[in-house]
Design a protein around this ligand. Sequence first.
Ligand SMILES: Cc1cc2nc3c(=O)[nH]c(=O)nc-3n(C[C@H](O)[C@H](O)[C@H](O)COP(=O)(O)OP(=O)(O)OC[C@H]3O[C@@H](n4cnc5c(N)ncnc54)[C@H](O)[C@@H]3O)c2cc1C
Length: 389
Amino acid sequence: MYFADEPEHIRLLRDSMRRFAEREMPPEAVRRWEREATSPPELFAKLAETGVCGLTVPEEFGGAGRDIVAAVAVIDELSQHGTAAAGPFIHCAFYGGLNISENGSEAQRHELLPKLARGELLMAYGLSEPNVGGDLPSVETTGRRSRDGQSVVINGTKRWCTAARIADYIICLLRSDAEAPRYRNLSLVLVPTEAPGITMSDLEHQGLRYTATCDVTFDDVEVPIANVLGGPEGWNRGWSVLAGPALDVEKLEITAVALGVATAALEEAWSYAQERRQFGQPICAHQSVRHALVEARTKLAASRHMLYHAAWLADQGRPCSVETSMAKLYVADTAVDIVIECQRVMGAYGCSGEFDMERHLRDITLMPIVGGSSRMQKNNIANRLGLPG
Ligand SMILES: Cc1cc2nc3c(=O)[nH]c(=O)nc-3n(C[C@H](O)[C@H](O)[C@H](O)COP(=O)(O)OP(=O)(O)OC[C@H]3O[C@@H](n4cnc5c(N)ncnc54)[C@H](O)[C@@H]3O)c2cc1C
């Protein structure tokens, strides 16, 4: 679908992503990959050839310059065809390209950004742990400086580390100081997934099945101090990086997945309702079905405005922490409502393997949980707006 308010380059980008998905992601293959919780590396390699991985990387490092709206549109379009391409794109362009551009040291930017712009690196996030979900400042995985200060020794377990098996680095949130006060005792460290002392085990999960999500255990894993995000100066400053402007933008990518999945669900229900006949007419002629579809389309339009407005603010470098939290909260929750209603419109066929609706539902119900839950977004918004409590 095109939107009259979108600039020409975004329309062309949507066109190109749509053609890519039609060519490289046949629905049968997408269903098979999803069942197997995988996506073929060649698929992402072909996506990278289109140049989209450079959308979050400055031109001096081989990227196209920072264009958050365009990168969000890529996720939105690709997610309308499952998460097999959108997922790895996020791990490259957002967890990698955007994050390193904004938070990396000069050495990290020079080493990693050209590869990220070419789609040659993937990054996973290691934030959650068995005992830690929303309360991230309480992470228990430790990072200790070696005696000579030149390396970091990591011990502990990260949980739900999506893409750990296919990523080149895990960006780990570590408790790096046993004495320092809360929030000033944390570091983010780039840990190569090949480092000795790392073991992984897969966790079963219902949606976002473009790859495995894992428990990752670190047993005296040693990495150079230069791998602290932002360089050695980033030691004990992990929280200000994680909770700063970069995280404001990071909320947008899962919001874009929610919008893409809800869009696909609505398109499926919209066309099904015109073909399926009951009581002598297409079900879309029954007023309650008709109204359900139109309500879903209206909610989708509102969601789209919230997401792209927040992305535009981020592009302009304006403060956007409230707007990105509101977009994540509203779009994730609304997308769940949309998909549930679309499934009901399709009746039994909405639950069958013959259509994609059952996958859309499994994907969409994760959206208010992952990437900062809806309840946590409400806390963020209240705090940022200074509501006493
Ligand atoms: C498929 C999948 C992929 C994931 N991928 C990753 C990943 O790649 N990297 C990563 O680090 N994590 C990942 N996660 C973890 C995800 O980000 C967490 O699930 C999320 O942060 C919430 O943590 P939790 O589920 O442990 O919930 P908890 O923090 O235990 O919260 C449980 C419930 O209590 C509510 N709650 C908790 N605290 C508060 C509060 N202060 N106020 C109000 N309500 C509160 C929550 O909103 C939630 O409803 C993934 C999870 C899934 C399911």
